[in-house]
Design a protein around this ligand. Structure first.
Ligand SMILES: Nc1ncnc2c1ncn2[C@@H]1O[C@H](COP(=O)(O)OP(=O)(O)OP(=O)(O)O)[C@@H](O)[C@H]1O
Ligand SMILES: [Mg+2]
Length: 514
């Protein structure tokens, strides 16, 4: 029997050796043909059948997949995440039960035991911010994600934005029509008037605060003076539009006095090397991207390369802060920033939202009211936007457990030793316990039965609108109103009175005639 098995095995081996290569070739050819056939057939069918395209409805935000956080770290960037979440719903969801006024995300890193979202607040935390980095390091993208988040979470009566771009405004397409946008300077010619407008607004606010006996904006409680966040996209363009000394003087004055007036600046540029940097004493947070030269580290963070290296080492020896000149070069290092606040140095990667995502978020923000025609978006509208964003129905839940589908998000933990003092606050379960949607109750500003604002805020600031509506109840004509408020009966001030009265239906001329 043994010899028969031997014979059979030998025959099989010989057959494989003889015909095997040919059969293998035929099999591969068949597979290639099949692949080609399968990919071609639908394309041909589509071309011939060509059914009328069915318009697909815009996918609701909730249709976005929210996979768990990817904790991979980007090499050479401390503990910055390589692929931070690219959907704003992550952040909205994570902060939903712990809303803090004027909170904004900085970037993602790995904390001590988990993924961490580093953040800051424009009230009770940081004042003005400096944002720097080599070309294509992601400065504008950083600002867009921060301002989008701020606008999502704060209604236009609480937050207004001024964007001084000067490069054509391509990063800010669509922002000009939004109720949050108080100023959008797109072209180089717009820069000087924008600087002047900012100065006037600061002066006007100081006058209002003085009249209300307030030492600072935080004390002012009439609810009609929104925080104004100013983003200066490229500081060198402001210098080109003015001069080195003029810019330095303007920055010094504005940054020094704006804080008390409820104005916060994010001053951006490739580097502040060789600029007059007296104003830097007003900066409380540095967000610094890649720099090709080591001597650029100090002007952009206040620390030298060697100091940053020392400060960037955590107690357990982990490198969490990397000097800008040693960060990965863009495009690999795009969106990677070393944040410096006081003596805390942390490197992180900002979330990046692609164009479709940015535009979708923008489309959900309230538009500017048409001139004096209808009212601005109120808090209730804003709430419904947020609900839509995170996939809630109209009823707000009382606990986070009903909001967060189990397992779709890993808990974000505070980056304990490395957070800039404000890493995402502990894990979500702590905020779940609070459960309340504090800060999301509708509270439209109503004065003498008129819900404000009645006209766009860039046309007439909210506090101005309130004063006009308030005073209208005490006088019998618009001329008297103008006189009472501005000690004049004509000019630009009268036009403002007219615009607001028309929109609110106050002191209508025909009513007087009747
Ligand atoms: N957080 C990020 N993660 C990954 N890639 C990013 C990130 N931010 C920006 N990028 C990439 O870098 C590119 C440049 O970004 P952006 O225009 O914001 O840079 P910039 O610093 O403003 O450039 P410039 O100095 O030329 O104005 C983006 O188009 C994008 O591809
Ligand atoms: Mg840019």
């Amino acid at each position: 029997m043994g010899w028969m098995y031997g014979f059979l095995c030998g025959a099989i081996v010989l057959t494989i050796l003889r015909y095997g290569p040919g059969l293998w070739r035929d099999w591969r050819a068949f597979q290639a043909w099949r692949l080609q056939h399968e990919t071609l057939v639908p394309a041909v069918a589509l071309a011939t059948a060509a059914p009328a395209p069915v318009p697909t409805p815009e996918p609701p935000l909730t249709s976005y997949e929210l996979p768990a956080y990817d904790p991979t770290i980007l090499a050479g960037a401390g503990l910055a995440l390589k692929n931070p979440p690219s959907n704003i719903a992550y952040i909205v969801k994570a902060k939903l039960h712990d809303p803090e006024p004027y909170w904004f995300p900085l970037g993602w890193s790995y904390g001590v035991t988990d993924v961490a979202l580093n953040s800051a607040k424009f009230v009770g935390d940081v004042n003005h911010v400096a944002l720097t980095g080599f070309t294509d390091s992601g400065k504008d993208s950083w600002a867009v994600q921060a301002l989008l988040y701020l606008a999502l979470m704060n209604t236009p009566d609480k937050l207004q934005l001024a964007i001084v771009d000067g490069k054509g405004g391509l990063s800010w397409l669509g922002w000009g029509d939004k109720a949050h946008t108080w100023l959008l300077a797109k072209r180089i010619d717009d820069i000087r008037p924008a600087m002047e407008k900012l100065k006037q607004e600061r002066e006007r606010r100081i006058e209002v605060l003085e009249a209300a006996n307030c030492e600072k904006w935080e004390e002012y409680d009439k609810g009609d003076m929104p925080l104004l966040v100013v983003f200066v996209s490229e500081l060198m363009l402001l210098q080109d539009a003015t001069s080195k000394t003029e810019l330095a003087d303007w920055l010094n004055t504005e940054l020094t006095s704006s804080r008390a007036a409820g104005i916060r600046y994010i001053v951006s540029g490739q580097t502040f090397t060789r600029m007059d940097t007296r104003w830097r004493s007003q900066i409380s947070l540095y967000i610094a991207g890649y720099q090709p030269r080591g001597d650029a580290d100090e002007p952009n963070t206040t620390f030298t390369t060697a100091e940053l290296k020392k400060l960037g080492i955590r107690r357990d020896g982990a490198v969490i802060g990397v000097p800008p000149s040693e960060l990965p070069v863009p495009p690999d290092g795009a969106g990677v920033f070393t944040c410096v606040q006081g003596r805390m140095v942390v490197t992180m990667r900002a979330p990046y939202y692609d164009k479709a995502h940015r535009q979708m978020i923008l489309s959900k923000l309230p538009d500017k009211p048409k001139k004096a025609l209808h009212r601005n978006a109120d808090q209730a509208l804003h709430d419904s936007l947020l609900r839509n964003l995170i996939g809630l129905d109209t009823t707000l839940p009382s606990t986070a457990s009903s909001v967060l589908p189990s397992g779709d998000l890993l808990p974000v933990r505070e980056a304990a030793a490395l957070s800039l003092g404000k890493g995402m606050e502990a894990d979500l379960s702590a905020s779940e316990k609070r459960g309340k949607m504090a800060g999301f109750e509708p509270h439209p500003l109503t004065v003498n039965g008129v819900a404000l604002p009645v006209v766009a805020l860039d046309e007439v600031p909210l506090d101005e609108q309130r004063r006009i509506v308030e005073t209208a109840a005490t006088v019998s004509s618009r001329g008297q109103l103008c006189q009472a408020l501005y000690e004049t009966r004509g000019g630009r001030k009268y036009t403002i009175v007219q615009i607001v009265c028309d929109a609110a239906g106050l002191l209508m001329p025909q009513a007087k005639a009747a």
